[in-house]
Ligand binder design. Structure first.
Ligand code: GLA
Length: 385
């Protein structure tokens, strides 16, 4: 997380010299369960030690005055629907204000400056970190905390849907708000029932390798994937009205609809149904301390995301192959896909070899070095000053 003093010094310099309240929210990793959240399935995220830190002070007007410290960009906007700012980073803050207002919070004007250390476009949910920071803070500052954290997660998710145009699930915002130090969260995305799993895989490290690429059109491709899942559900629902999500469909049922859905939609649904089961298998394996099985499932997820869901890319597949060749226990693309990071579970004794090999070979093939992030599982949204 960015240092409090760093953010405060910029806030004070940029506005009238007085101080406000400081809040922060993290990005997330996800051990397994990708593209399952909007299918009513399970995910296994954890909040991390990188995120967004913001200073916020009500300013007694009806205008928000916002400064992005990292981008050195300033903007002002009102709080009515038609006041949507044009800067894309400001849309997240605006969207959160609007979604809180829709839930009865009387959001008024404020001054804010924020900075982050979640790499952008790396699949670590920098956008959810911004949304959760402001949802959590503005609910305290203007709503006396009346919106609960489940609904705050929906505030972030609806910001994406209504103001950013990404039809995301609930995982990222949930993890950013509910994160707990040293614990992963197994979340049922239909009921929001969740269980914390202590995560301290003795003898292993969890490391992210960032391809440093983000392919164009990732958000429209994301929305297309979601549409495919909904197409399949719509067809099955005609005979089985109880089916609400792909979560409610098993492989036998899906197979019996093979002729009624497109080949592409079929593959997408196949991946999702298998992935939902993998999350449950990983929960059992974690409870038994069986990291070899966790790792196997991670490789299976990669395969599915690459071949069936088709959200991987050359760079991610390349890093996945290197992981295999270096005896890495589990490796897969993390997050929405189309670039960003692989998440790797690696035995301590193979760690150095893996990182060195990945850097060298990736450099030789793509002309740049992947970034390496050692992950620390941390707490969720909070006020820090
Ligand atoms: C993005 C979305 C999440 C989730 C993942 C894929 O991070 O914001 O809701 O769908 O992709 O698992």
């Amino acid at each position: 997380m960015k240092d409090i003093d760093f953010v405060r010094s910029r806030f004070v310099k940029h506005f009238d010299g007085s101080t406000g309240y400081i809040y922060c929210s993290p990005g997330r990793i996800n051990l397994i369960g990708e593209h399952t959240d909007y299918n009513g399935g399970f995910v296994f995220p954890g909040a991390i030690n990188m995120g967004i830190t913001a200073e916020i002070k009500p300013n007694g007007t009806d205008k928000v005055r916002a400064y992005s410290i990292d981008l050195k960009d300033y903007t002002e906007f009102g709080l009515n629907e038609e006041d949507i700012p044009s800067a894309s980073w400001a849309k997240y803050i605006f969207g959160v204000c609007r979604e809180l207002i829709k839930r009865g919070v009387e959001v008024r004007g404020f001054d804010t400056a924020f900075a982050g250390d979640v790499p952008l476009g790396a699949g670590m949910s920098s956008s959810a970190a911004i949304e959760s920071t402001y949802a959590f803070a503005l609910n305290e500052l203007f709503g006396e905390g009346k919106v609960d954290k489940f609904e705050l997660a929906r505030v972030g998710q609806k910001t994406e849907h209504n103001y950013v145009g990404v039809m995301c699930g609930i995982m990222d915002q949930f993890a950013s708000l509910f994160g707990k130090k040293g614990h992963l969260i197994r979340l049922d995305c239909r009921s929001l029932e969740h269980k914390y799993f202590p995560f301290d895989p003795h003898g292993y490290k969890l490391v992210l390798l960032d391809t440093c690429v983000k392919h164009e059109l990732a958000s429209s491709a994301y929305n297309d994937r979601r549409k495919s899942c909904e197409n399949v559900v719509a067809v099955i629902q005609k005979d089985h009205p109880e089916v609400e999500y792909l979560r409610d469909v098993d492989m036998d049922m899906l197979r019996s609809y093979k002729d009624k859905v497109s080949e592409e939609d079929f593959k997408r649904a196949e991946y999702v149904i298998e992935e939902i089961q993998r999350v449950l298998d990983v929960s059992d394996a974690l409870e038994a301390g069986d990291y070899e099985t966790v790792g196997e499932k991670m490789y299976e997820t990669h395969e599915g995301m690459s071949m069936l869901y088709e959200v991987s890319c050359e760079e991610l597949d390349f890093l996945n192959e290197i992981a295999k060749s270096c005896n890495v226990t589990g490796s897969r693309v993390m997050g929405g896909g189309f670039g960003g990071c692989t998440i790797n579970l690696v035995k301590n004794e193979f760690y150095d070899l893996f990182i060195e090999t990945a850097k060298k070979e990736y450099q030789a093939k793509f002309g740049k070095s992947p970034k390496v992030y050692d992950v620390v599982i941390s707490d969720g949204a909070r006020r820090i000053e």
